[in-house]
Design a binder for this molecule. Sequence first.
Ligand SMILES: [Zn+2]
Length: 338
Amino acid sequence: MRAAVYRGNQRIVVEDIPIPEPGRGEVLVKIDYSAICGTDVHAFLYDIAPVGAVLGHEFSGHVVSVGQNVSRWSEGDRIVCGGGTPPPGKEAPLRRQSQYNYRLEGFSNSRNRGYAEYTILKDWEPSLVPDGVDQLHASLAEPCSVVVRAVRLSNQKLGDTVAVLGAGPIGLLCMQAAKAAGARKVIVSEPAAIRREVALDLGADAVVDPTVDDSVRSIIDLTDGLGPHVVYDCAAAKPTLHTALDMVRKKGNVMLVALAWEEVPLLPVDWAGKEVQLNTTFGGEPYDWQVALDLISTGQINLQPMILDTDFIGLENIQEAFEDLIKPSTQVQMVIKF
Ligand SMILES: [Zn+2]
């Protein structure tokens, strides 16, 4: 099978490797779509991924064979790669270890993941794709679970005003989750015109171009001079945490969703006087996946406008795609189609 193997120094090579055999309690999955996640792009940019790793954790596929002792799944079942409940002791290290540093411990080459034609999952790992949700949209269930968790862990309340910084995939999903959770007004700040357009398409009440306008001033003005109740920082960029803390209203909530991989200078006295709450979130738990799949299947999260024709690539173009994505990008959600 073809697999995109990280070879170090920002180099991904598509290689032919054997199709893995499902062992006891495992299923072999033929991957249909694998979405490219900003986390993998950061691992590439900062050369953090271990040599030999096949990354990719946002994919849909179907079961092609099952190992011994698997009763939950049979051939042909349509699945997404996660959302299942781990048995005790099998939780991700992030949930299991009390001190966990994702940057240092988050990437492994011990198993092949979604940038390959086939992969192995433990039988408890995947979730069934609901009827009416197609495989393409199902591949985005993982980032949807991330924004569901972010909204659930924020203190967003019915009727709150919300700012979303960054309209990459996470921002576009987050603004929809915030709406579904009852936001009164959602304002999106994003430098790329195409992404601002998609944000409006998906129901943003206003958009701001931070390269033209002072986004702090504009968003405070758009919220009656008070600032938003909740700011979701979805930009994964160095300056936005500061922007978020500057614009949020007194006693408001800043939720850090997409992460910068650089040191961010902050002067606490600038914002501590507002009694701001700064919250973090990471990944999704099984319940967040269930909520995410519900929101997709009821259309409260609409994925169609996020995937433009130009966003599809073949596995052989993965190096190019990553090189594009480390530059300021205009793509919305890049997806590998198998
Ligand atoms: Zn991801």
